[in-house]
Structure formats: structure tokens, C-alpha cells
Design a protein around this ligand. Structure first.
Ligand code: ATP
Ligand code: MG
Length: 362
């Protein structure tokens, strides 16, 4: 039996349109080498070009158009010169996250040999962890309001909302992930010394979950010192779990310590597979470099590897393809060709081709 993966490919805006073809090139190479089939459906919506023609980011029937896909492979969205960022983001990516209940945002952080690490004296292996961010609730709600607006008495309130269901499912995911890894070390971001209602509650949910995972070493750390340690002692970390806001901060800080945003991948997961999950580079549409074919496609390519791993639940051909892609990425960062963000002068497609060729040879 041959596995077939049905993938919706949405390039989006800016360099999303440049890195997507390289991601697809590598996926096709992996499919032919590792014996699975890809059924690709490409869409031009969820982009600011589409907005210019239709006055909205996506068609009303976007969900129907995605019916039956196993995953969404996404480039980048945003073109602030024509559409405000909050409009493009809320009209596309955030709809996927919410309507497909992608409550896990997963960001692996790794230092590669050959990447320009901004931290002094760090070597490969010192930075190798995964940030698990809660992706649907917490600090990012639209609950609140402004009173006495425009006066000296102006007061603004914005609520955070945590549910037992929401906290427990992200904690469970993180404990499971930590338990499956060699070091079995889980860091939990908190701020229970300053945020005196929700964060002690989050700590208590952590403690209760921890009882079911006696092999996992749990370390609760306040977000401020945790940020400092991402910089000063990154080797301490294995799996890091955080609420929406803290996870947002950590999952940008982590990749920043590994040299270039052009390498960082992410997965927005609905682990129960009730809805498609979405795989995308951490970086945005980068209008400042669009059109020059110098965008690094590795974040896009690595996100594709995460997608294959997730679709096969880390088994068989998907896992083998994932591992081959990651090894090809390691080789290309070490030996070139490299895009300018890694100090080279190669073009986007040179890097994509080099990685695809290596994958075929494994
Ligand atoms: P977001 O869209 O998430 O709000 P942003 O628009 O603030 O992000 P990006 O589009 O990610 O930021 O770009 C930030 C900087 O990183 C820019 O200078 C951009 O050129 C650079 N950059 C982003 N992605 C890449 C890439 N794949 N290769 C090289 N440089 C990149
Ligand atoms: Mg942007």
C-alpha cells in the first residue's frame, strides 16, 4: 500500500512565493525517494494580491475548498504597503489556527554548524530544544474595553482567559513530547510571583499533570529568568511549554539565538487530527528582500519535514523522509550553497535544489 498525502499549498505573499516552490521541490524529491505519493492542491488566496481583487483575504468557502486535505503547507502572509498587517493576519492565518483548533504551536530550535550564532562561545548541541506554545486562548482574547476614553480618567482592561480544558491539553502534549525524548526534561514558563491568580492556577495544573509522568523532570521557571537563560544557558532546555503570550515571546527569542530567522520552522497542530494542521516558516513575507531571490528557503523546507513526520505519526517512510531532509539541511548549512543571511551568495533555488538532490541520494 502506498501512502498518499493530500496537501494544500498556500504560498501567500512576498517571499512566501519564493520559498514555497523550494519546499515543494524537496517534498517531491522525498516522495520519489521514500515511496509515498503527494496530492498537491495549490491556492492563491490567503494573500494580499487576492485581497486586492476580492476585498477579503480568503473566499467564503475556504473550508469547503480544503475539505479532505491532510495538512496545509503555508508560506507567509502580509503586505503592509497594501493591506494592514492585522487585517491580513486575522483574515487568514489566525482563521486557520482557530477554526481548525490548532492549539499547539511547535517550534524546534537548533543551532547548526555553519550558522552564525549571536551567542558567544556556543557550539552545535548547546542549543537544541522545542518550544510548545498554547495557540488558542490565554492572554490573546478580545475581552475588555476602554472606559472614560480620551479623558484623564481613561482606564483600559484586557482579560486573559484560561480554561482547564485548554491548559490541560497543551500541558499533556508537552509532557508526552518530553517523555518521548531522551532527556525527559520539561521547562514550564510561569509568572506566579507577579500574576497572582491565573499563573498559580497554571502551576497547579502543571503539578497535577506531572503526577501522571513520573519520568519527566519538571522545572517551573518565571518567564523573565527563562528569557535570560535562553540566552545565557540554552543547553538547559529540552522541551519548553508556555501559555500563548509567553510562548509567542520565547518562540521568537529561541530562533533568534540560532543565527537567522531563515532557518526556523513551525507547526500549528491539531494533534487529534480532527482538522488539518498547518506547517509554516516562522518568518514573515519579508517585503524588504522580496523579488531578489535571496530568501533562505530552509525554514520552509524544514517545516515540510515536520509535516511529513506529523502525517505519518513519526513512523515509516514519513519519519525516514523527515530525517533525510534534516540531514540534507545540516549538510547544506555546513558546506553551502548558502543564502546571504548565512553569509553566502546563493539564490533561493540553489539551496532548494541542493537539498532536494541530497534527499534523493540518501
Ligand atoms: P511577521 O510577518 O511575522 O510580522 P515581519 O514582517 O516583522 O514578520 P519578516 O518578514 O519575518 O518580519 O522579516 C524580518 C527580517 O528577517 C527582514 O529583514 C527579512 O528580510 C528577514 N528575513 C525573513 N525571512 C527571511 C528568509 N527566509 N531569508 C532571509 N531573510 C529573511
Ligand atoms: Mg510581516
Amino acid at each position: 500500500m502506498i501512502n498518499t498525502f493530500r496537501i494544500a499549498a498556500i504560498a501567500g505573499d512576498g517571499i512566501g512565493k519564493e520559498v514555497m516552490p523550494e519546499g515543494l521541490r524537496v517534498l517531491r524529491a522525498a516522495a520519489s525517494r521514500f515511496g509515498f505519493a503527494l496530492e498537491l492542491r495549490e491556492f492563491d488566496w490567503a494573500s494580499c494580491d487576492w485581497y486586492a481583487q476580492h476585498g477579503q483575504m480568503m473566499p467564503d468557502d475556504w473550508k469547503e475548498q480544503l475539505a479532505g486535505v491532510d495538512a496545509v503547507y503555508f508560506g507567509a502572509v502580509g503586505w503592509p504597503a497594501t493591506v494592514p498587517d492585522n487585517v491580513s493576519l486575522w483574515g487568514s492565518l489566525l482563521k486557520f489556527r482557530r477554526e481548525f483548533d490548532q492549539y499547539i504551536n511547535l517550534r524546534p530550535v537548533r543551532l547548526f554548524e555553519g550558522a552564525p550564532c549571536p551567542l558567544a562561545g556556543r557550539k552545535v548541541g548547546d542549543i537544541d530544544y522545542v518550544v510548545v506554545r498554547e495557540n488558542t486562548e490565554g492572554e490573546y482574547t478580545n475581552l475588555g474595553g476602554v472606559m472614560f476614553a480620551g479623558t484623564e480618567r481613561e482606564i483600559v482592561i484586557q482579560e486573559s482567559v484560561f480554561s482547564r480544558h485548554g491548559a490541560d491539553r497543551v500541558l499533556r502534549y508537552a509532557f508526552e513530547l518530553a517523555n518521548s525524548r531522551q532527556r525527559k526534561a520539561l521547562t514550564v514558563a510561569t509568572k506566579s510571583n507577579g500574576i497572582a491568580i491565573s499563573m498559580p492556577w497554571w502551576d497547579a495544573r502543571t503539578d497535577e499533570m506531572a503526577r501522571q509522568y513520573p519520568d519527566v523532570r519538571v522545572d517551573k521557571q518565571h518567564i523573565d529568568i527563562l528569557c535570560a537563560r535562553f540566552v545565557l544557558q540554552p543547553q538547559r532546555f529540552d522541551v519548553v511549554v508556555a501559555t500563548n503570550l509567553f510562548g509567542d515571546i520565547l518562540s521568537d527569542l529561541g530562533p533568534a539565538t540560532t543565527g537567522t530567522i531563515g532557518l526556523a520552522p513551525s507547526a500549528n497542530l491539531n494533534p487529534e487530527r480532527q482538522f488539518p494542521s498547518l506547517f509554516e516558516p516562522v518568518h514573515g513575507s519579508a517585503p524588504d528582500i522580496y523579488g531578489r531571490r535571496i530568501a533562505n528557503p530552509i525554514a520552509m523546507i524544514w517545516s515540510g519535514a515536520l509535516m511529513l513526520d506529523f502525517l505519518t505519526q513519526g513512523q515509516g517512510s514519513g519519519r525516514a523522509a523527515h530525517d533525510a531532509i534534516v540531514r540534507a539541511i545540516e549538510d547544506v548549512i555546513r558546506s553551502g550553497p548558502r543564502t546571504p543571511d548565512l553569509g553566502g551568495d546563493a539564490h533561493t533555488e540553489d539551496v532548494g535544489q541542493a537539498i532536494a538532490n541530497q534527499v534523493k541520494e540518501f
